[in-house]
Design a protein around this ligand. Structure first.
Ligand code: BGC
Length: 451
């Protein structure tokens, strides 16, 4: 019997999130596909291949999302399908996206659409993509086409997914398909052009659909000095927080570049967002100087770490990043949150505890409007290929067979009831009962004696 319950607002959005290259399959015309063909680039030689076969059968997984009780889904459009050659737009691809969006809407699932999620058309790469100023005009035209063909079906847009992660992984760490110019100079140019692309897309959407809500999906991370760290470690943690979490947001808010990318103004950038899409995954424990790159894959001594050393499970961090986003004075959507967990050993508790943080934020009237779990089904995890499984539903990429994980069932109960409660916690993550609902665990000896 339910003894205690945390209830969410009746207009809360319960979603899942995916991206085009990770689920569609056969995206042969982009830089990731090309990158996957070279041995050594993807862990265990993984290839996206048919991925989750969404290009042909997205509807099947949308049925599962509807059965789960979700009322929202975040997906991205594949630029290389829509514009396979410069200025040549593919009507069939746009029609297929219309069909997928319609399929969502008829199932009661509100779409949030992202225009750029890590992959680029090959022709754009040849022209230098984000290293080249040309990209801004092309991105504006691509957005214009998409909005005129699909805009009537979409109320929420994301222009760019995780710009800081993208620049970091591609230009500085070299883990993503290579740009024409890497290192700090390449990264700086890319950052500026990504901001310019965002600005042009924001205004293109708003011109046609003033009511549309537009932003980016911004990954926010917790950086903390190692427990026995010194002042330099703390200084580094603050520097990373500022550059990784806030540089982009401050630029979008003020319209000006921020340290260390420059100071200049970017046309149309000021106040070019209606909400903040917050992607939250983990906390990093940092030291200065880092052993490699900017920060090591290092977690606290008692950290619970997800598969493949992906990251610490740190639910309170979600509450903390929500607070970090408050000064921008915009509604917040948690546009990604999840973990790789093939055996579903941590995910049920992960979901309950992260949602508890949102509930706590809501109880302080912080404007969190929705939650999109990453991800609905296992999908192609970039440079880590098929080695990491983020799905609420397990997928066998060889057979395309789907199997519900317990966490998928749990998320289903949550979405259907707009709440997390002691009963579901007792069934799916009993170890959390005392933490989430103190006093609700089976009665102890003392309680029995008192009764
Ligand atoms: C990205 C996703 C990715 C997820 C899990 C996010 O940074 O936007 O594409 O699959 O993290 O690693």
């Amino acid at each position: 019997m339910i003894q205690a319950k945390m209830t969410f607002p009746s207009d809360f959005l319960w979603g899942t999130a995916t991206s085009s290259h990770q689920v569609e399959g056969n995206n042969t015309n982009n830089d990731w596909w090309q990158f996957e063909q070279v041995e050594g680039n993807i862990l265990e030689g993984g290839k996206s291949g048919l991925a989750c076969d969404w290009w042909q059968h997205a509807e099947n997984d949308l049925n599962l999302a509807a059965e789960m009780g979700t009322n929202a889904h975040r997906l991205s459009l594949e630029w290389s399908r829509i514009e396979p050659q410069p200025s040549i737009f593919d009507k069939d691809a746009l029609d297929r996206y219309r069909e997928i969006l319609q399929a969502m809407i008829t199932r009661g699932i509100e779409p949030m659409v992202c225009l750029h999620h890590f992959s680029n058309p090959l022709w754009l790469v040849e022209k230098g993509d984000f290293n080249s100023d040309l990209v801004v005009d092309y991105f504006g035209r691509y957005t214009n086409k998409v909005v005129s063909k699909l805009g009537d079906l979409v109320g929420k847009w994301l222009t760019i997914n995780e710009p800081a992660v993208y620049v970091f992984q591609r230009y500085l760490e070299g883990k993503f398909p290579p740009p024409s110019e890497n290192g700090f100079t390449g990264a700086r140019k890319a950052m500026i052009n990504l901001l310019r692309c965002h600005a042009i897309a924001f205004h293109t959407i708003k011109e046609k659909y003033p009511e549309a809500q537009v932003s980016v999906a911004k990954q926010l991370r917790i950086f903390e000095a190692r427990p026995d760290g010194n002042k330099l470690d703390s200084w580094w943690a603050n520097w990373l927080t500022n550059i990784f979490n806030h540089t982009w947001l401050k630029s979008m808010a003020t319209g000006h570049l921020q340290h260390p990318f420059g100071r200049g103004a970017i046309k149309g950038l000021a106040a070019s967002f209606d909400f903040i899409g917050v992607n939250y995954y983990t906390r990093n424990t940092v030291r200065f100087p880092p052993t490699t790159g900017f920060f090591d894959e290092e977690w606290g001594p008692d950290a619970l770490v997800s598969d493949g050393n992906y990251g610490e499970v740190y639910p309170y961090g979600l509450y903390r990043v929500i607070r970090q986003a408050l000064p921008y004075n915009k509604p917040l959507y948690i546009t990604e949150n999840g973990l790789p967990d093939r055996e579903d050993r941590l995910r049920p508790a992960f979901i309950l505890d992260h949602l508890r943080q949102i509930w706590q934020a809501l109880s302080f009237c912080y404007p969190v409007m929705g939650y999109y779990h990453w991800s609905l089904v296992d999908n192609f995890e970039w440079e880590r290929g098929w080695t990491q499984r983020f799905g609420l539903i397990e997928m066998n990429e060889e057979t395309q067979e789907r199997t519900w994980r317990p966490s998928g069932r749990l998320y289903g109960e949550i979405c259907h009831s707009y709440s997390i409660d002691s009963d579901m916690t007792a069934r799916f993550a009993p170890q959390l009962l005392d933490i989430m609902f103190p006093g609700q665990a089976p009665q102890g000896k003392q309680d029995q004696e008192m009764a």
